[in-house]
Write a new protein. Structure first.
Length: 523
């Protein structure tokens, strides 16, 4: 039988074929990686090698080539091509052959000229390499493209920026307050008259020292991109020192007329509370290596169901505010602490018992509790006997460290509560993972008691099917006891930070420690 020409295939079939090269069409962002308990998941594409082409760019090139093949193919492939802008997604950023320069400007320019494609964009990931090199050419290109994009939106941006000046907060201007006002008032306006001192300072902000002007402009490029994409569902912002200290300024979005964002998922490595405030339908918030500078208030998140905080540090008072802002009932709260290199928080960081207390208002909806405080080490305190998860009626999956179970124990002390798990866990528990076993014998005793309790009381913990802890707690006797009551016991404990698919490039703080200064600043 002669093979059918691809040209004879229906548009529906071609759409499905072309969609194979789009992560959005393949439902890559639905985060099935988060099925509980964590299992090993091998990527079919393999690990990105530095000397190989970016696996993501190969798929994008396929769609781009299809768009050039014929008008029919272009009409089908181009809308798929613009479903997402996620250059560097996953580990594809590791490719050393990838070129970043000019990609962000090119994308913004295309959207300003093709509003139909702008309406197709569903997912954006801003890797900071997209900001490119700080050259005269790139600064000119950035300035021109932001003016073109604003004009396409019907906005006189120089005037909109001037009107912002009276609404700027201290947090937005903190990198160089005096020059930030000059930046807003004159950077986009060729007719603006500057004093010699203002001109010198603005030039230095763009070209010297810690480059606060470049940081401001990078944030404005992202703001205009958000304004261009009215159907954006997933936004991911990597953080480092190419952002302003405040991250994305609230005044930049309001100046562009952005009053509501249709976001469902938001990944933040920078300050982004203005985005949260404008996204009442936000369902998933992922904060990675995030400095929680929300100020005195955190925007309410009435639709939020999943809150993840990884490789971060958080005061107890901040955790309370953050969880209180989740007004609709959380389904998952997941936290992995960073190592406190400076010992800046010490006793101020929240304890496991604090999390249990603050999550009380979510006890009828919470299904996943992941509390990995292992990097807090001996600074973790024992969960007191009057604090437990018994009232969390929907809770199925618990991840916890051994230290909050037993506290700090002297070597000579042997009187340890081996029934701590029986006392702590809710009746609805389905999986239990214990990380960082300082006291492997105590953990083993507690697990023996849990297994024995289930044997003696078959009706207790009826949904428990999975228990995991580190290899040192692996025991054939323990495995046999759990197997007898239908529980899979294993020694594999997977870190949330190591398996998450988002913000996997190098992240860093955006806080500017040493602002620019000039010898005549005090004149």
């Amino acid at each position: 039988m002669a093979s059918m020409s691809i040209l004879n295939l229906s548009n529906e079939i071609l759409w499905n074929i072309f969609g194979y090269f789009c992560l959005h069409c393949q439902h890559e962002y639905n985060q099935s990686w988060d099925d509980r308990p964590f299992r090993s998941q091998d990527s079919s594409r393999g690990k990105q090698q530095p000397d190989a082409k970016s696996w993501y760019s190969i798929d994008r090139h396929a769609l781009f080539s299809l768009s050039l093949t014929s008008k029919r193919f272009c009409d089908l492939a181009q809308p798929i091509l613009y479903h997402e802008f996620v250059l560097g997604y996953g580990d594809s950023w590791l490719s050393e052959s990838y070129t970043w320069e000019g990609r962000l400007v090119s994308f913004i320019r295309t959207l300003s000229r093709r509003s139909d494609l702008a309406h197709r964009v569903k997912v954006m990931y801003i890797h900071t390499s997209l900001f490119g090199r700080n050259t005269d050419e790139s600064r000119t290109a950035n300035r021109l493209v932001i003016l073109e994009a604003a004009h396409a939106l019907g906005i006189d941006l120089p005037e909109a920026w001037r009107q912002r000046m009276s609404r700027v907060t201290d947090a937005e201007s903190c990198d160089w307050p005096e020059v930030y006002q000059v930046f807003l008032g004159c950077y986009l306006d060729d007719k603006c008259e500057l004093t010699e001192r203002q001109r010198r300072h603005l030039h230095r902000a763009m070209t010297d020292g810690s480059f606060p002007g470049r940081r401001w402009m990078n944030a404005e490029l992202v703001a205009i991109l958000i304004a261009q994409t009215p159907h954006l569902e997933y936004l991911s912002l990597q953080g480092d020192n190419r952002w302003p200290s405040c991250g994305l300024a609230k005044s930049s979005l309001s100046a562009l007329g952005v009053s509501n964002l249709p976001l469902k998922t938001l990944d933040l490595g920078i300050g982004g509370y203005p985005i949260i405030e404008l996204a009442p339908g936000l369902e998933t918030l992922n904060l990675h290596q995030y400095t929680l500078h929300f100020g005195h208030s955190i925007p309410n998140m009435p639709s939020l169901r999943t809150l993840r905080v990884t490789d971060s540090l958080m005061l107890a008072v901040t955790l309370r505010k953050l969880l209180d802002a989740c007004t609709g009932g959380l389904v998952a709260f997941e936290y992995e602490a960073a190592k406190d290199e400076t010992q800046g928080l010490r006793g101020g960081h929240f304890q496991a018992s604090d999390a249990i207390e603050y999550l009380d208002k979510h006890k009828s909806t919470l299904q996943v509790l992941h509390l990995d405080l292992s990097k807090r080490d001996v600074q973790m305190r024992k969960i007191p006997p009057d604090s437990s998860l018994k009232e969390f009626s929907a809770l199925k999956h618990v991840f916890i460290n051994s230290m909050p179970l037993f506290g700090f124990i002297q070597k000579r002390e042997q009187n340890v509560d081996s029934r701590v798990l029986i006392r702590l866990l809710p009746p609805s528990i389905a999986s239990l993972t214990i990380e960082k076993n300082h006291y492997r014998n105590f953990v083993k005793e507690a697990l023996f008691d849990l297994a024995d309790w289930k044997i003696q009381n078959p009706g207790e913990f009826p949904n428990l099917t999975w228990v995991a802890c580190r290899p040192k707690s692996k025991s054939s006797t323990l495995a046999s006891l759990f197997q007898a009551v239908g529980v899979n016991f294993n020694a594999q404990v997977r870190s949330l930070s190591n398996i998450k698919p988002y913000l996997n490039g190098p992240n860093a703080s955006s806080i500017l420690v040493f602002p620019n200064w000039d010898s005549d600043d005090d004149l």
